[in-house]
Design a protein around this ligand. Structure first.
Ligand code: UDX
Length: 449
């Protein structure tokens, strides 16, 4: 058996690409070869953006980039995930076997030994299974979300949710096992998906069973009950955070001037505000956030992604004199910077892990999917942050933002818990013989069998 060669196929959104690239780096560090599949659209986008030295840096290493068409026209909107998903499922499956043949023909001693997909790309596991190639799922969210999604059928059978939309039937709190915290069914990760996506998820979870390993970008000690719920689940989160920051698959250019700006701010004085790669705030919420930041009269670093100008209109009275606004930040570095005091976040899973790793208290403004589960863990289980409460009109006011930022900054308990979680993540990253090293080694060994 030659060198293990992994074909990593993430769903093409930033929240899936980032952990997939981190995982690829971790595999490469362990001597494995990786071919990382992007869509042709993203491949052109990142290749045009990356400096040629960067491309060599990656291509010269054990990670190679390849691409498949997503089936959409170049001018089509790719923010419509349902359309993107359907088009991918129609286009890519017929192309993948040929690509695998081409890769295998190039390298005789390192043929594809395992296909690693993120959720929504389960079709590639079916192809792998037909071709006799092993498969693994890389879950880009929490272990709890994975356990919940894996339990959809028991929730339906138990009358907790309906079978068409997955919406709660009763308001009664639920838990998956006696050791799991009691949760509100309205926080279930699929609640905001709608019927078609819910149907897809039910089917996808079934397809994902073709993967012998469910590798979770999560930390065992932070979600022990979820990990003990299934022997398939393996935590590999902390160390993925520790892997190389080099990621040629980011859609936007990082504005690194904010790191220099942070260097000039006092310790624990800056509010960092970011809502990930995909969510956009409602215009009224955007206005209230801007007013809240002015009211606070503290330095802030706010990520406002380009391309959403119709939603992101600053109110006339907004001064923003103490802040810095960037289009895309080097977030992992920002969250580790000593100037950061707290993180106003949508609670996307990558942001949640990165915030825990930075030891930064959270202010939670979840928007959809698993973000409500993550908020629940941040506020109720790990106790490293506070939720922001909506008014009757569904908007969080500037006053509420000011009040909660002040509360979180004044709370010694939250600060202490944030530092404790940071220690847990760091220990998980570094501990020889810990869950991660053992799991990754066993996983690689299994692909060689
Ligand atoms: C999506 C879902 O929203 C999330 O709930 C799910 O768990 C993963 O897929 P996204 O909304 O993009 O992800 O949020 P998040 O998971 O937080 O990922 C965003 C990534 O972009 C993070 O790795 C973050 O470091 C990075 N980022 C964000 C930057 O590098 N710079 C920025 O300015 C903002």
């Amino acid at each position: 058996m030659g060198i293990p060669h992994f074909l990593v196929i993430p769903f093409p959104t930033q929240g899936h690409l980032n952990p997939s690239m981190q995982f690829s780096h971790a595999l490469a560090k362990h001597g494995c070869n990786v071919t990382f599949i992007s869509t042709e659209f993203n491949h052109k986008r990142v290749m045009m953006k990356a400096a040629s030295s960067d491309q060599e840096n990656l291509l010269g290493s054990k990670i190679k980039l390849a691409s498949l068409p997503d089936g959409l026209d170049p001018e089509d909107e790719r923010g419509d995930l349902q359309k993107l998903l359907l088009s991918i499922k129609k286009t890519m499956p017929s192309r993948l076997p040929k690509l695998i043949d081409e890769i295998n023909a190039l390298d005789d001693i390192s043929k594809i030994s395992c296909i690693v997909v993120t959720v929504n790309m389960g079709w590639a596991l079916e192809i792998g299974s037909r071709l006799g190639i092993k498969g693994a799922l890389l879950w880009p969210a929490s272990a709890t979300s994975l356990s919940l999604c894996d339990s959809i059928h028991s929730f339906i059978d138990g009358g907790v949710i309906d079978s068409e939309y997955g919406l709660p039937i009763k308001s009664q709190k639920i838990h998956l096992s006696p050791s799991m915290p009691l949760m509100d069914p309205k926080d279930l990760p699929w609640i905001s998906l709608g019927r078609i996506f819910f149907e897809h998820l039910v089917q996808e979870m079934q397809t994902c069973k073709l993967a012998q390993w469910w590798l979770c970008n999560a930390v065992h000690e932070l979600e022990p009950a979820a990990f003990s719920s299934s022997s398939r689940l393996s935590p590999i989160g902390g160390p993925m955070l520790a892997s190389s920051d080099y990621n040629p698959t980011t859609f936007w250019e990082e504005d690194r001037t904010c790191l220099h700006w942070l260097d000039q701010q006092p310790s624990q004085s800056v509010i960092y505000v970011s809502f990930g790669s995909w969510s956009v705030l409602d215009p009224n919420q955007f206005t209230e956030l801007a007013l809240g930041l002015d009211l606070l009269d503290m330095p802030f670093l706010w990520v406002v992604k380009p391309g959403n100008e119709q939603y992101n209109a600053y109110p006339q009275e907004f001064k923003g004199t103490k802040g810095k606004i960037v289009g895309w930040a080097p977030q992992k570095k920002v969250l580790k910077h000593p100037a950061i005091a707290c993180f106003i976040s949508h609670c996307g899973w990558n942001s949640t892990l990165e915030g825990l790793y930075g030891g930064v208290p959270f202010l939670c403004l979840p928007i959809r999917n698993d973000q409500f589960v993550n908020k629940f863990f941040i506020c109720e289980v790990w106790k490293v942050g506070l939720g922001l409460d909506k008014q009757e009109n569904g908007v969080i006011s500037g006053d509420e933002i000011k009040k909660k930022v002040e509360l979180v900054r004044g709370s010694e308990d939250i600060k202490a818990m944030s530092l404790k979680c940071k220690e847990i993540v760091m220990e998980n990253m570094e501990k020889e013989g810990g869950h991660y090293v053992r799991n990754l080694n066993n996983f690689i060994k299994w692909t060689k069998e």
